[in-house]
Design a protein around this ligand. Sequence first.
Ligand code: PNS
Length: 190
Amino acid sequence: MKRIKAIYPGSFDPPTNGHLDLIERGSKIFDELIVAILRNPEKAPLFSVADRRNMLEAMTRGFENVSVDTFDGLTVDYALKVEAQAILRGIRAISDYEYELQMALMNRKLHPELETVFMMPAEKYSYLSSRLVREVAQLGGAIDCLVPELVAQKLREKIDVAHKFENRERAASKTSAAEKSRVTKKRSKS
Ligand code: PNS
């Protein structure tokens, strides 16, 4: 019997409960599913590829037929390399459709044998995106129901470090401004 292998490519910056929902659905219809993180040198991600890989590996530990990998270049080339027959993508709302259709048709043009399979995550995740999770977390909103606990923890750590860095920069620039005004006052007195 033919075994069907699929890849689930994406940025996963960070992985969300919506991604996990899709991975679970994909793991039920494909014999093997590879979650493939794009290494994109043009984007400045919040999490390094290594961090995203660690998070996804921890999140998918319970699925026997799911593995995590990274790739660069064309998704279709990666799919060919790992001998996958399908690309799994999630569609949350009509707004996703146009971009996903364009991508699926371009991938079909590049490699006609490869099928794109769209799945819908649970409705409760239909508004969820990595971009919104990053924004809510950075602005201090609650993210607990949006991402697995280990991702929430990593986000909190990352944002704490960023705030500490910002505060240190602010304190350093205040000190240097105070120092400048002290020197100016001293010069004008002498
Ligand atoms: O999670 P994302 O950011 O929506 O994932 C987009 C991704 C990684 C699937 C897409 O950008 C992609 O496939 N990039 C690899 C380069 C490529 O194959 N480009 C042509 C796509 S038609």
